[in-house]
Design a binder for this molecule. Structure first.
Ligand SMILES: [Zn+2]
Length: 181
């Protein structure tokens, strides 16, 4: 390997590895474990009358204005309204290069490209995006930009979701595993 190539590749590998050394924890961003349906990840069909993909996260129900805390420490990648279904949204890059998504928020406290600590308040629970006509909740999802190929054959969901959506399982993880203390 050329010296200059080494000088670039080694720091990149070190940074990637470092992301895996940051510990993860189990915690609720808001409410308690009673405030979400434990089978809501990969539920299908999720919204009545749609033929869309299975549900890619869990919905944690609560009152509008309830503080939402970051499940993880990390870097805020996005903190504003997202056009379409998600409404006011916060995306946080956490340990293992996983992106934690919080949708349908009321107010947003987190600032883009700043660090947040685990448990720091980032927003309040709301009804924005396609949650306008549903009970107020925060949609919490965990996305890995590095595809977990083995999950292509995973058997997720309690209602036999069609296997044609399985490619999405390589990117969406079950947030429940990160919620129950
Ligand atoms: Zn949802």
């Amino acid at each position: 390997m050329k010296k200059r190539t080494k000088r670039i590749i080694i720091p990149i590998l070190a940074i990637i590895l470092l992301g895996y050394l940051i510990p993860e924890r189990k915690a609720m961003p808001c409410g308690t474990t009673a405030d979400f349906n434990h089978t809501s990840f990969w539920h299908w069909p999720w919204t009545r009358g749609t033929s869309g993909h299975p549900h890619t996260g869990v919905d944690i129900f609560g009152r509008v204005g309830t503080p939402v805390h970051s499940q993880t420490g990390g870097i805020v990648l996005y903190a504003r309204e997202m056009k379409g279904k998600a409404g006011n949204s916060v995306l946080i890059l956490g340990p293992k290069w996983r992106i934690h998504e919080y949708f349908h928020l009321n107010t947003i406290e987190a600032k883009p490209f700043t660090l947040v600590m685990p448990g720091e308040q980032i927003a309040t629970l709301g009804k924005t995006g396609n949650a306008a006509n549903t009970p107020a909740h925060v949609h919490y999802g965990i996305v890995t930009p590095i595809p977990y190929v083995w999950r292509l054959f995973a058997d997720e969901g309690t209602c036999n979701p069609p296997k044609r959506f399985n490619w999405m399982l390589m990117f969406f993880l079950d947030p429940k595993d990160h919620l129950i203390p």
